[in-house]
Design a protein around this ligand. Structure first.
Ligand code: URA
Length: 192
């Protein structure tokens, strides 16, 4: 189903028709994306929370507001029509896990072909992975506190793992490192 999707609209439709992930039954909305599909930067989070499930958009709660401020600090915005300044945002899981539990390894691998196809279709220059879940999905590695700040690769493009903004809300001291990671991303986009 994922491989057969020739556009983002077709991918969204294919995911909406996919009945094998139990999380779908408990979710109000499929949370597919936000931002500009022409963006140079694609951000991948974990899974929708309550606010995202209600509104059908990723990163709209408190963590999302912090994410927007972090992006603004390096001149990026999900609402920019200009590809140079825009970001595109999605999550590993499109449905909210009950009680905001972490998605299981089975749920992640079930949805991975859709995520990989999503990356292919958007074709960003740089991927930013927020937290452990997208690192587990795309890099098969966990331990975000070690992974963050180091460029790696997936699907032939540079990947920057970062601590999740929800973690930064709980651990404001870690914002200093997140700022360093944002500057790395900015330098990469400037061609350093
Ligand atoms: N956390 C995520 O990882 N994604 C969201 O969309 C919201 C919170």
């Amino acid at each position: 189903m994922a491989a057969g999707a020739a556009s983002l609209d077709a991918l969204r439709e294919a995911m909406g028709a996919y009945e094998h992930c139990e999380l779908k039954r408990g979710a109000r909305n499929l949370v597919f994306c936000d931002g500009n599909p022409k963006a140079r930067v694609m951000i991948i989070g974990e899974a929708p929370g309550a606010d995202e499930d209600r509104l059908g958009r990723p990163f709209v709660g408190r963590a999302g507001q912090l994410l927007d401020r972090m992006l603004a600090a390096i001149g990026l915005s999900r609402s920019s029509p200009d590809a140079e300044r825009a970001v595109y945002i999605t999550n590993v899981m499109v449905w909210r896990p009950p009680g905001n539990r972490d998605p299981s390894a089975e749920e992640i691998s079930m949805m991975l072909p859709f995520l990989r196809r999503h990356i292919e279709l958007v074709d960003p220059e740089v991927l930013v992975l927020m937290g452990n879940t997208p690192c587990l999905a795309l890099l098969e590695r966990r331990g975000i506190l070690k992974l963050r700040g180091h460029w790696t690769q997936t699907q032939n493009r540079p990947v920057m793992p970062m601590t999740h903004p929800a973690y930064l809300l709980r651990n404001p001291i870690a914002k200093r490192e997140a700022w360093a990671d944002l500057l790395e991303i900015q330098a990469k986009l400037r061609g350093k």
